[in-house]
Design a protein around this ligand. Sequence first.
Ligand code: AMP
Ligand code: FE
Ligand code: FE
Ligand code: ZN
Length: 290
Amino acid sequence: MRIDLHTHSKVSDGTDTPAQLVTAAAAAGLDVVALTDHDTTSGWAEAAAALPEGLTLVPGMELSCASPAEGFGPGAGGRQVAVHLLAYLFDPEHPELAAERLRLRGERTRRLRVMAERMAADGLPVDPDAVLSAAGPSAGRPHLARALMEAGVVSSVGEAFSDLLSSRGRYYVHKEDTPLLRGVHLVAAAGGVSVLAHCRAQSRGAMLTDDAIAELVPEGLGGVEVDHVDHDDRDRRHLRSLAAELGLFTTGSSDYHGRNKVVRLGTHTTGPQDYEQLLDAATGATVVRR
Ligand code: AMP
Ligand code: FE
Ligand code: FE
Ligand code: ZN
């Protein structure tokens, strides 16, 4: 079984339509693929409708969260870190979770517009309206990266991120993400299973401490993503032993973004036993099979 539990389509910051993505997943030899666009479920129906025979679709999402690095107890506070929370098989109609997704997408649109406007004001050939209308339901910095690439300002998405779009760069605008503890609670309340995405990826900035991860377990966290392109061998060994200690399952996945990243579908995969644990913990939605 080849199981890839983290992919993005055009409804967030990937470049394949959901239909193209499931077709590509089957062609890549996957048996199971999860669609986990940022802060939206709007690709689920198209992916399900286009599902090739033999492929199983796990409906999911990657929720944009923020958390104190050190945990959640009184006096934690302090340094906030960005945390991506993968959520699987939750009820897409759950009102609070649906409202939070909508709020996050509003934040995305607002902040991307301000970033584009700042660039335009500085003389960069960027049209904020065009960027936003090309972006679709869940606008992100990769949409601005492609606009910069098409205008010839940079030669790749990666180059745009290393300077113009960097969180330390002059055009960066903050967005107000979901408090992580609330994210974990919302996913659980909607019958879903949550998994910390690429949580040791040092290139993405500060990380949660192990104590903070441990505190999430009784709150409903189900697993951690271990095999990911942004984790080196040390990160993976560390996370695998932490997960064993905490009783979390582990996943491996590509974090495929189509042409917006170089990584291919199925680059990393999840073991069947971990996948079974995920399925056993979910009550909000079911996988789709054809
Ligand atoms: P945003 O959600 O708007 O803050 O943008 C973050 C997204 O940009 C992530 O989900 C990645 O898909 C993408 N990203 C972040 N860093 C890079 C990078 N160095 N190269 C390409 N894409 C990146
Ligand atoms: Fe992304
Ligand atoms: Fe992510
Ligand atoms: Zn992702």
